[in-house]
Design a protein around this ligand. Structure first.
Ligand code: ZN
Length: 136
C-alpha cells in the first residue's frame, strides 16, 4: 500500500510525535509505567495505564483544534478543505473518548501547547493518575 494512502486511512493520527514523547518522558521521570497505542481500544489512545483503566491522549493543537488556542487558527486559504477535515478530527476524538468512557476508562487530554509547562503538567498528571505503583 502506498504510504500516502496508508496515512490517509490512519487519519491524522501520528505516532510518537514530539509532544507525545515529552509527555512519556515526564511520566517516566515521575515513575509511571505505561503501554503505548493500544489498538484494541477506541481511538488507539497514546498512553495507556491498563490496571488503572486510564488513558492519555496527546493532541496537536491544530489537528485536533484546541479551543481558544493560538495554534488552532485556521489557514486563511482552502478553508473549504480544512474546515470539514478538522471537524472530522474533533468528532473522531469525541467519539473515541465517549467509547472509552463507556468501557469504563478515564481519559485525559494533554494539548501540545501544555507540554512545555512541566510545572503545571506534572501536577495535572499526578492528579489524574494518582501515585505510581511498583507495577505502574
Ligand atoms: Zn493548544
Amino acid at each position: 500500500m502506498p504510504e500516502g494512502r496508508r496515512a490517509t486511512m490512519r487519519g491524522n493520527k501520528k505516532k510518537d510525535t514530539r509532544p507525545e514523547l515529552a509527555v512519556r518522558r515526564l511520566l517516566h521521570a515521575m515513575g509511571f509505567r505505561f503501554r503505548l497505542h493500544r489498538r484494541d481500544l477506541p481511538g488507539t489512545p497514546d498512553v495507556v495505564f491498563p490496571t488503572r483503566r486510564k488513558a492519555i491522549q496527546v493532541h496537536g493543537c491544530f489537528w485536533h483544534q484546541h479551543e481558544g488556542c493560538r495554534s488552532a487558527t485556521l489557514p486563511a486559504t482552502r478553508q473549504e478543505y480544512w474546515l470539514p477535515k478538522l471537524a472530522r478530527n474533533r468528532e473522531r476524538d469525541r467519539q473515541a473518548e465517549a467509547a472509552l468512557t463507556a468501557l469504563g476508562w478515564q481519559v485525559m487530554t494533554v494539548w501540545e501547547c501544555e507540554v512545555t509547562d512541566v510545572g503545571r503538567l506534572g501536577p495535572r498528571l499526578r492528579h489524574f493518575l494518582g501515585f505510581p505503583k511498583a507495577r505502574g
